[in-house]
Write a protein that binds this ligand. Structure first.
Ligand code: NAP
Length: 261
């Protein structure tokens, strides 16, 4: 096999939520594979050190402050990247939020609005802006960071609903945009150690419980997700679209079997 198909040499990528966690790990992996990488998030001071790390890998990088649910800011983000590099080959809709942990019965309307806007409306708006450019260019790859919570009903309530929506958005856009050679896929991570998921693993007892629920027996780290994103971004996955890849350490298949040995 021609292993250069796994390379991102000569490509330009945009990763939302690139300042930390899974987005940062994906951005660094893309740079290792040769791509120029633009990262966005709401706070420029958090993005700038990551942009420096990216540059040290010998590629170009951009740090752009942009709220993913605000259309005008997403327009400015796409214009900035297009203005600097002319094209966007890979978009990773990775920024996400979960401001409310608790029962649906108690959830307030603001929590629904914020979570829907950031996790679902944001990727919809940004994907359309970038897809218009990708269509002109002759194609591209869009990757959505969904969640196992979008597949299996979980205690994460509204967040789960947004991620299920993101999975269907992935399929709908893949179906519509395949004709423009734009592939759209999703990654569905299980619990990964980041700030967003602290409530699920910060207490040792909770970490033990979460680890035990997976066939591999441990909680993942952001780098565990990056390889799948790299594969979906690269030409090595050229015949895959509308797919959802679980990256969950075997959370979906469940705990390791114990025969009492
Ligand atoms: N960690 C897990 O267990 C897990 C599991 C499944 C799926 N995921 C998904 O993975 C993605 C990344 O999460 P993570 O765990 O890496 O979380 P994280 O470490 O908290 O990082 C979240 C990133 O998103 C950015 N962000 C948040 N709200 C934003 C907004 N309104 N506009 C633009 N950027 C925004 C943050 O930067 P600012 O705060 O500066 O904006 C940050 O860069 C999310 O979509 C999450 O739902 C995570």
């Amino acid at each position: 096999m021609d292993l250069s198909r796994f390379s991102l040499e000569g490509k330009n990528a945009l990763v939302t939520g690139g300042s930390r966690g899974i987005g940062r790990a994906i951005a660094l992996a893309f740079a290792d594979a040769g791509a120029n990488v633009a990262i966005s998030g709401r706070k420029l001071p958090d993005l700038e050190p990551v942009a420096e790390e990216l540059k040290k890998k010998g590629v170009q990088s951009l740090a752009v402050a942009s709220h993913v649910a605000k259309l005008e800011e997403s327009k400015a983000l796409v214009e900035k990247v297009k203005g600097e590099w002319g094209r966007i080959d890979v978009l990773v809709n990775n920024a996400g939020t979960n401001p409310y942990y608790g029962p649906m019965l108690e959830a307030e309307e603001w929590a629904w609005d914020v979570t829907m806007n950031v996790n679902l409306k944001g990727p919809f708006l940004l994907s359309r802006l970038v897809a218009r450019l990708m269509k002109e260019q002759g194609g591209g790859s869009i990757i959505n960071t969904a969640s196992i919570a979008g597949i299996v009903a979980s205690e994460l309530g509204i967040y789960s609903v947004t991620k299920a929506g993101l999975i269907m958005l992935t399929r709908v856009l893949a179906k519509e945009w395949g004709q423009y050679k734009i592939r759209v896929n999703a990654i569905a991570p299980g619990v990964i150690k980041t700030r967003l998921s602290e409530a699920l693993w910060k207490e040792p007892a909770k970490e033990k419980l979460a680890a035990k629920s997976k066939a591999l027996g441990y909680i993942g780290v952001p780098e565990d997700v990056a390889g799948t994103a790299l594969f979906l971004a690269s030409d090595a996955s050229s015949y895959i679209t509308g797919e959802v890849i679980l990256v969950d350490g075997g959370e979906f298949v469940g705990p390791a079997l114990d025969y009492g040995k």
